[in-house]
Every structure is written in structure tokens, then in C-alpha cells.
Design a protein around this ligand. Structure first.
Ligand code: ADP
Length: 558
């Protein structure tokens, strides 16, 4: 399609040369010799040229539009596909807003510029060549005179391009910041309002906008400087041609027709040269975005895992054990320090401990969102490092504190693209998770939209949907993070019932702050500063009178 678009543009470009070429017969044969016959074919020729130009122009634009859209879509899909393969560390250092801006903004900036450059280059370069052929065929000396100023262009052009690229990179970086800010504001809208941060956020946003404006204006001025330089050089060329050629026509050694054809050819080069000089700047703008896009393509998830799993959990449901696992989000602060514990197959194991003890981190490592720095994690006897991430994650279904739903219908939130789930299974999961209780009251039923981040449902309803989703995932291990912490008594009992059903036949790990909810766990692992300091049942731990008993006394003081 690109080649076709270029060919059409070339044809469009060639019409300019042909047009100026026709002026010579117009003046010398039609006007000078007063020939009506010549008038008709020259006039017809000019009409035909414009028709042809109109036709090629519309075909060219059509092809270009398709090319633009399809390239942008391909780039966006490829970029998202690649980003999805990157690991947790990448997403910690790249906030969602800036990623959105790169997927949406940079791809469009990059591709639209590239097409402009490629197709513009074809059309304008061919125009120029055609016009210069006409000009040289009339008089090489005049052509040379027209170009007297051209060498002046070179040096400033190179400097300008670097400047434009630098400013564009700045502008794109600020634009990423702008998207990040918007994302944070709208996701945290309740916090913004409660803390009366409206004007603070608005003014911070305004500062980013001001920086974008400055960079953008500088880049645009840089771009405008090229055509401006071209203007000056062209002026000098016109002057030289007028002095040289005009004098020859006055003296009678050349005809008016020759001069007019030459002068028209020169005048017609003006626009293409201006556009070409602008293309250089446009190319720098695309290049800046391309650099940012390829920066992402060059990042790869650390290849810690084999391409094919060498071992898989041997039992369903599997036991899970942490063996001397150490981990830190950065090198300076260890979060897990030689953690050891086992969650028996088919039983409920609770993780308790003060906030910051590392409980959520245990879940991150289990689900492969982060990798241990030393030690081993075994799932059903198989070490996680011998598994692909996909196989590791197949073992887990998670229900977390803020059950994250997508802004789609409840059905889509439950099925998550796994087509072919039989209706009976769906209904059984809905019943087990106690979703059917409130589903009956929703007029649209399963086709009710969940709203942004599931905001159309209450906390307890969201969690029950998340539990149904976990049931449908059919994973042998259930990870519950504070699953009932945000609920009132009535929803809590519904969710608790739902969870009890979900735990049947599964290995369950629960993070709980409220010790009342873990009393029935088969085993409680008490964590302190990244280590398991006590392990046992509620009664055993109470008897031991250690950290668990202390936490318990704190919570039940009243
Ligand atoms: P818990 O779930 O027991 O409250 P976490 O596992 O969330 O504890 O956190 C343990 C420690 O790790 C805390 O000191 C916390 O500051 C740190 N931490 C947690 N998540 C991150 C992260 N994404 N980046 C850096 N540090 C983190």
C-alpha cells in the first residue's frame, strides 16, 4: 500500500512539471503566433492535467489515511502485546498514565509523521525533479543563478533538526506526565475531594501544561525556521534570475515564453521546497516518538523462567512451601528474610502479623509477580523456578481486598474471555458465591455493567463476583487477601459462606488482619519482619503466649 501511495503521489507531483512545461507553447505558439489550434490543445492539456491531479490527489489521500490507521493500529497492538509480557518491576517504575500515553500518543505521532515523510518525499521530490528538468532544458545558467543561495541552508538545517528532536522528546515526556496525573486524579477522585486537593491538583496540572506549551512552541518555531530560511534563499534566487534572464529578454536574445515558463517552473518549486524543508522537522518529531516506542520494545522481562515447564505440581490440590525464601523490592531493604512455612494440601493456612510484615509480598512471590532472591517456593513439590509463569499462575485464583472488576458487564467480568464455560457451571458458581442473591434484583442481570473498577456494585457484591470468578477459574489454590475486611455484618456472612464453599477441595492461603476470622484455620503462620516466627493452630499459639497471643490481646482488649 505504501508503494502504491508513493506511486500515486509521484504521479501527482509530476503534473507540476508538465504544467510549467505547457506555458512555453502557450506564450510562444498561442500568443506569439496567434494560433487557435494550438490554443485548444494547450488549453485541453492544462484542463486534463488538473483533472489528473485531482484524481491522483484523492486516491493518494485515501491510501494514506488507510495506511496511517492500519500502521497505528498495528503498532499499538504490538506495543501492548509486548508490554503485557513485561514483569512487575517494569510496571512499578512506569505509571499507567505514561504507558497509556505511549501506546496512544507516541504510536500516532510516530506513524503519521513517517507516512507524511515517505509520501511527501515522493511527491515533492518528483515535483522538484520535473520542474528542474524543465528549468535546465530552458537555460542551465538561469537554473544555476536561481540556486545561488542554496548552500547557505545546509548548516543551520542540521542544527535545527537536533533542536526540534530535543524539544519534541521533552514534550512527549511531559505529555506522559500529564496522562499520569490525570489517571491518578480520576482514580483517586474521592481522595482528591475529601482532602480538598482540587485547586492543588489543578495547579500542578497547569504547571505540566505550561511546560508542554513551552516545549511545543519551541519545537514549532524550530520547524518554522526551515521554511523561513527557504524563503530568504528563494528570494535571492528570484532576484538573480530576474537580473540575468530579464536582461536577456529585454535585449531580445530570449523569448518571453521561455522566460515565463522558466519563471513559472521556479515559482512552482517554491511550495515543494518549503514542504520538504518542513518534512525534515516532521521526521525529527516522528523519530522522537519512535525512540520512545523502541525503548519499550527493547525491554524484556528477565528470562528467569524456562520456555517449557520442567516440573508441574504433582498433586491437586497442592501443598505449598516456602524454603528459606529471601526477597526485597530493592537491594537495600530485605522484606522476606529466610521465610519458611508449609501450607498443607487442601487446608486453610492463615498469614497474620503486623502491617508491613511481608504478608502481601508472600502472595506476590507465589503468583510470580516477583521472584525470590534466594530460596525456593514449591507448589505441589515442583519448584516455581522450573515452571513457566503461565503454569505457575494456573494454580491460583485470588480474591483480594479491593476486588478489581473491569468496566464491562458482570458476565464478561466472570468469564474473562474463557469461552465455552457451560451454563450449569456458571450458575453453580453464581450460587456458591452467593452472587445469585443480588443478581436477581438487577434488572439487566448478568448483563449489568460493573462500572469503572466495579463501582456500580457494593464492596460485598464486588467480592462475591470476585469469588465466583475464582470458582470459575477452577484453580486448586485460593489466595484470599483480607477478603472480608471491608464488609458490613450482613454482607460478611454472605461472603464468608461463599468462601467456605470455595475452600472445599482447595488449598487456601488467607491474609487476615482480624484474628477473629482465622480462628478456624488449620494452621496459622505468624510473620514478623519477613520471617515466620510462630506456626500452629489458634489454641497452640494462644498457649505459647508469644507474638500471636500478644496480637490477639491487642485486638480483643475491649
Ligand atoms: P503486609 O502485607 O504484611 O502488610 P507487605 O508485604 O505489603 O506487608 O510489605 C512488606 C514491606 O515491603 C513493607 O515494608 C513495604 O513497605 C514493602 N513493600 C511492599 N510492596 C512494595 C513495593 N511494591 N515496592 C517497594 N516496597 C514494597
Amino acid at each position: 500500500m505504501l508503494v502504491l501511495a508513493m506511486a500515486v503521489s509521484v504521479a501527482e507531483g509530476a503534473t507540476l512539471g508538465a504544467l510549467s512545461w505547457l506555458l512555453e507553447p502557450l506564450f510562444d505558439r498561442v500568443f506569439a503566433s496567434k494560433s487557435t489550434e494550438a490554443l485548444i490543445w494547450v488549453g485541453g492539456g492544462i484542463l486534463g492535467l488538473f483533472l489528473f491531479r485531482g484524481l491522483t490527489s484523492i486516491i493518494g489521500r485515501h491510501l494514506l489515511a488507510r495506511l496511517n490507521q492500519e500502521t497505528a493500529a498495528d503498532m499499538q497492538a504490538a506495543l501492548l502485546g509486548h508490554l503485557l509480557t513485561l514483569d512487575g518491576g517494569f510496571f512499578q517504575t512506569h505509571p499507567p498514565g505514561s504507558l497509556i500515553d505511549r501506546v496512544q500518543g507516541d504510536t500516532v505521532a510516530a506513524q503519521s509523521g513517517m507516512q507524511l515523510v515517505v509520501v511527501g518525499l515522493a511527491r515533492d521530490l518528483v515535483s522538484l525533479i520535473g520542474l528542474f528538468v524543465v528549468a535546465i532544458s530552458i537555460d542551465p545558467m538561469w537554473t544555476l543563478a536561481a540556486l545561488v543561495g542554496a548552500p547557505l541552508l545546509l548548516l543551520p538545517a542540521l542544527g535545527l533538526q537536533r533542536y526540534i528532536r530535543r524539544k519534541t522528546l521533552q514534550m512527549r515526556a511531559e505529555s506522559g506526565l500529564r496522562a499520569t496525573r490525570l489517571d491518578e486524579i480520576f482514580h483517586g477522585i474521592a481522595q482528591v475531594k475529601l482532602n480538598r486537593m482540587e485547586s492543588y491538583q489543578a495547579s500542578r496540572f497547569r504547571q505540566i501544561l505550561n511546560r508542554i506549551i513551552r516545549a511545543e512552541v519551541k519545537s514549532a518555531t524550530g520547524r518554522a525556521a526551515m521554511p523561513a530560511l527557504v524563503d530568504v534563499v528563494t528570494g535571492a534566487g528570484f532576484f538573480a534570475v530576474l537580473m540575468l534572464g530579464g536582461a536577456q529578454v529585454v535585449a531580445g536574445s530570449r523569448t518571453t515564453g521561455e522566460f515565463m515558463a522558466f519563471f513559472t517552473a521556479m515559482a512552482l518549486t517554491f511550495q515543494p521546497i518549503r514542504r520538504l524543508s518542513d518534512l525534515a522537522g516532521q521526521w525529527q518529531i516522528s523519530r522522537a516518538s519512535l525512540e520512545r516506542i523502541y525503548g519499550f520494545f527493547d525491554q524484556h522481562a528477565a528470562a528467569l523462567r524456562p520456555a517449557q515447564s520442567r516440573a508441574l505440581p504433582s498433586a491437586v490440590p497442592p501443598a505449598i512451601s516456602f524454603q528459606d525464601v529471601s526477597f526485597g523490592y530493592d537491594d537495600a531493604t530485605p522484606v522476606l528474610r529466610g521465610l519458611n512455612f508449609t501450607a498443607e494440601a487442601g487446608q486453610v493456612t492463615a498469614l497474620v502479623g503486623a502491617s508491613g510484615a511481608g504478608k502481601s509480598t508472600v502472595f506476590h512471590l507465589l503468583t510470580g509477580l516477583a521472584e525470590p532472591q534466594s530460596g525456593q517456593i514449591l507448589i505441589g513439590g515442583a519448584a516455581t523456578e522450573a515452571m513457566t509463569l503461565a503454569d505457575q499462575r494456573r494454580s491460583f485464583a485470588a480474591v483480594s481486598q479491593e476486588a478489581a472488576l473491569f468496566d464491562e458487564t458482570l458476565r464478561e467480568n466472570l468469564i474473562l474471555g474463557r469461552d465455552g464455560i457451560p451454563q450449569e457451571r456458571l450458575e453453580a458458581a453464581l450460587a456458591d458465591a452467593r452472587v445469585d442473591e443480588f443478581l436477581a434484583r438487577l434488572p439487566l442481570g448478568l448483563d449489568t455493567p460493573a462500572g469503572p473498577r466495579g463501582s456500580a456494585l457494593s464492596g460485598g457484591q464486588r467480592q462475591r463476583v470476585a469469588i465466583a470468578r475464582a470458582l470459575l477459574a477452577d484453580a486448586p489454590v485460593l489466595l484470599l487477601d483480607e477478603a472480608t475486611s471491608a464488609l458490613d455484618a450482613a454482607s460478611e456472612s454472605a461472603v464468608t459462606e461463599a468462601l467456605a464453599r470455595a475452600q472445599e477441595g482447595r488449598t487456601t492461603l488467607v491474609i487476615a488482619h482480624r484474628l477473629a476470622t482465622v480462628r478456624d484455620a488449620h494452621r496459622i503462620v505468624v510473620m514478623d519482619q519477613g520471617q515466620a516466627v510462630e506456626i500452629g493452630t489458634h489454641d497452640e499459639l494462644m498457649e505459647k503466649d508469644g507474638l500471636y497471643a500478644k496480637l490477639h490481646a491487642l485486638q480483643f482488649r475491649n
